[in-house]
Design a protein around this ligand. Structure first.
Ligand code: FAD
Ligand code: NAP
Ligand code: SF4
Length: 677
């Protein structure tokens, strides 16, 4: 018996049977490009195969040089390259898994001057203007896709995925937005879909019948002049007829101004579109849903509703390689849930850094960061149960140490417990739930509502003390800061103080922006799909080309002014893949953004500010409440005395350094310390 009967039902693809309905979607980790990284990539996939994923898909490999995402990116063009992949496929097969190679031609998203597309139209997110493919080159590109698939087969892969969505080359041929051709590859819908269909047909001919060919299909483009719904349905039917064995879902082009995977997107927000395709296209082959599916109950309900035959999850498999095994064993509460923050995966990829995971720093570093069982159990105290202390305490206990975890508050989580109260950040509660359960299973002795004192740490016979006491909000020295209308972000978010209608937010870092979201949303769009669709202008059913509507934003309950001293644009330090979503949301809610200010004083009239070194243009921001989000300061009161007493003391997280602290650093530092003791 399983709690997830649909999810755990095998899926028969004819020549291959997947043991369950979970597909690990393609993720670029940064380990794809160098031959020397292949052993790490093999270990990464092997760990996920061991965890029971039905079918895994690699990051994208280009079929030719013009299709490279950037120079020296991974490609599958020669037998030599294919041979290297044997390490990956052998490692996966040894663990009983199955793996397909994704073939990705970047088209006009390629970051080099030789990029190509259907027409010579530059993408708004790329400085390089593509060349229009000649008819001869279109034919050779089809042959290159087929060659890549044949080589993937030689390399031991169980299949390939043809990347046909997210605005890459094949998607560019499909949409009038980027295809202005007048030859047989443009114009009518049939001509526009000729390239993807011919690619699938050529691949099927090259690999034979007993090989998985997944086509990643853009269910909705979310850009102007994208495809119509009828074109999408006809494309699905055509790729099936051309030989695809599975249709996977892609949502939105990379240049779309609608978020599709960040944490504020409701769970499974796009699954019903996949369901509509499945019902209307009359396909015999299975269809896979994707985007913001992260827990077994979400996946199960998609399958139970008949919206898809399988679900694809990429980031959740970074977060927890044992996701499937835990779900199958009825241990969903032990899953380390992907909170869709993008901070250590996609933000790293865009910064050309190796991807890993905020909640699982071992992701893609399986061979570098190991939590081996200890040979000598030590008695260790961890002070503070924020992200840093939680990761250290649980990883130490998993290794076999005897751990006391002290937390001054009545619940674990530290500042992360505030993050989960922000509308659109509800997922952050999952990390706290995960650690709460891991504390039980790993045997950490948790002491809540217990502020650890120096005396008990000195007399407790501890071999090591880990100080993870975190941070407290900084109170800036502005005249009048003690005025009753002023509160810290912690008091505001915890609901401890009454807020007036007009609110000034001092400090526009990550927390200032989050607090502004808190102030401007009566209900969380992340928990209300209809509201979210309205606010971002997403059609529940694709009616117009691209599936876009005019956004309708619910008015903010507060008039918010967000201020910072820097003259740079507000929200500049936010994540690459998430910052634009916050900035767009605040603009839509009418938040006034004021930069380059001096804070002069606070009094009954409001917040007095001026601008520039000469303190010019004085202004009173007339408000009823002021929320201070001016950074944090470390809590280190125990450190000096512990060190003076000769106790081996380790300071991690915000207690170590408050500047530029985030949960990624806190969890990583805690885990690394635990691996080293
Ligand atoms: P803390 O979280 O401050 O935890 C320290 C803990 O120690 C506290 O629980 C405290 O009660 C306890 N403690 C202190 N002294 C003692 C003592 N003597 N005895 C016992 N216990 C003690 N980060 C991100 O990465 N991404 C985000 O999107 C994000 N959003 C955020 C949104 C908001 C609104 C806030 C407030 C923070 C956000 N953060 C985010 C920041 C993140 O929460 C912090 O970086 C992280 O919590 C720091 O972890 P820490 O363990 O070092 O410290
Ligand atoms: P932060 O990003 O460092 O921002 C602090 C803000 O306070 C800045 O805008 C700063 O801007 C202002 N400030 C600093 N000292 C001040 C002073 N003395 N008087 C007035 N203003 C002052 O820190 P944070 O917003 O507190 O966030 C803490 C950490 O949590 C961040 O490092 C962030 O990574 C993490 N976080 C991340 C996210 C996310 O979405 N990824 C969200 C929330 C939090 P000026 O100096 O220009 O005024
Ligand atoms: Fe998910 Fe964040 Fe981890 Fe990326 S870094 S896999 S979004 S939890």
């Amino acid at each position: 018996m399983t709690a997830y009967p649909h999810l755990m039902t095998p899926l028969d693809l004819g020549h291959v049977r997947l043991p369950n309905r979970v597909v690990m979607g393609s993720m670029h980790t940064g380990l794809e490009d160098k031959a020397s990284d292949i052993p790490r990539l093999a270990a990464y996939f092997a760990e996920r195969a061991r965890g029971g994923v039905g079918l895994m898909i690699t990051g994208g490999y280009a079929p030719n040089l013009r299709g490279w995402l950037y120079p020296m990116a991974g490609k599958m063009t020669t037998r030599r390259e294919a041979r290297r992949h044997r390490q990956i496929t052998d490692a996966v097969h040894r663990e009983g898994g199955r793996i397909a190679l994704q073939i990705l031609h970047a088209g006009r998203y390629a970051y080099h001057p030789l990029s190509v597309s259907a027409s010579r139209i530059k993408a708004p997110i790329n400085p390089f203007r593509p060349w229009s493919l000649s008819q001869r080159r279109i034919r050779s590109t089809i042959a290159d896709f087929a060659r890549a698939a044949r080589l993937a087969r030689e390399a031991g892969y169980d299949g390939v995925e043809v990347m046909g969505s997210e605005g890459y080359l094949l998607n560019q041929f499909l949409a009038p937005r980027t295809n202005r051709r007048t030859d047989e590859w443009g114009g009518s819908p049939e001509n526009r879909r000729r390239l993807p269909v011919e690619v699938v047909r050529a691949i099927r001919e090259a690999v034979g019948p007993d090989f998985v060919v997944v086509y990643r299909l853009s269910m909705v483009d979310l850009v102007e002049d994208g495809q119509t719904w009828e074109e999408t349905v006809a494309l699905a039917q055509a790729v099936e007829a051309a030989g695809a064995s599975l249709i996977n879902t892609g949502i939105g082009w990379h240049e779309a101004r609608v978020p599709t995977i960040v944490t504020s997107v409701p769970r499974a927000a796009f699954a019903s579109i996949t369901g509509r395709l499945k019902r209307q296209a009359g396909l015999a082959i299975p269809v896979v849903a994707s985007n913001r599916i992260n827990m077994p109950d979400v996946a199960e309900s998609i399958l139970a509703r008949g919206d898809a035959d399988a679900v694809s999850m990429a980031r959740p498999m970074l977060a927890d390689p044992e996701w499937v095994a835990k779900a199958a064993a009825g241990r969903a509460d032990e899953i380390n849930t992907c909170i869709a923050c993008n901070q250590a995966c996609l933000d790293h990829t865009f910064a050309k850094k190796e991807a890993t995971c905020l909640v699982n720093p071992r992701a893609a570093r399986e061979t570098l960061l190991t939590l081996a069982p200890t040979r000598h159990t030590l008695r260790i105290a961890v002070v503070g149960a924020g992200p840093a202390g939680l990761s250290a305490a649980t990883a130490l206990a998993q290794r076999g140490h005897d751990v006391d975890l002290f937390e001054a508050e009545a619940e674990i989580g530290g500042q992360f417990g505030l993050a989960r109260r922000i509308p659109g950040k509800e997922e952050f509660a999952e990390t706290i739930r995960y650690y709460a359960r891991l504390i039980e299973t790993a045997g950490v002795k948790l002491h809540l509502s217990h502020r650890a004192t120096l005396e008990e740490l000195l007399t407790g016979d501890y071999r090591h003390v880990v100080v993870a006491t975190g941070v407290v909000p900084r109170v800036p020295s502005i005249p009048g800061i003690e005025h009753p209308m002023v509160m810290t972000y912690a008091e505001c978010v915890r609901g401890e103080r009454t807020l007036g209608r007009r609110v000034a937010v001092i400090g526009a870092g990550g927390i200032g922006v989050d607090v502004s979201e808190f102030l401007t949303n009566r209900t969380s769009p992340a928990l209300d799909l209809r509201l979210w669709q309205e606010e971002w202008g997403v059609e529940p059913e694709v009616v117009h080309r691209g599936g876009l509507n005019a956004p309708r934003v619910e008015p903010s309950p507060h008039a918010v002014t967000l201020l910072q001293r820097k003259t740079t644009s507000i929200g500049r330090g936010l994540g690459r893949t998430t910052g634009w979503v916050h900035r767009a949301a605040l603009r839509a809610k009418g938040v006034e953004q004021v930069k380059g200010v001096n804070y002069e004083r606070i009094d009954d009239a409001g917040l007095h500010i001026s601008f520039g070194g000469k303190r010019e243009n004085p202004r009173v921001v007339e408000v009823d409440s002021i929320v201070v989000c001016a950074g944090q300061e470390s809590v280190r009161d125990l450190v000096a005395d512990l060190e003076a007493a000769g106790v081996p003391t380790h300071v991690i997280g915000g207690a170590d350094v408050a500047a530029e602290l985030d949960a990624k650093r806190a969890i990583d530092q805690g885990t690394r310390l635990a691996a080293s003791l």
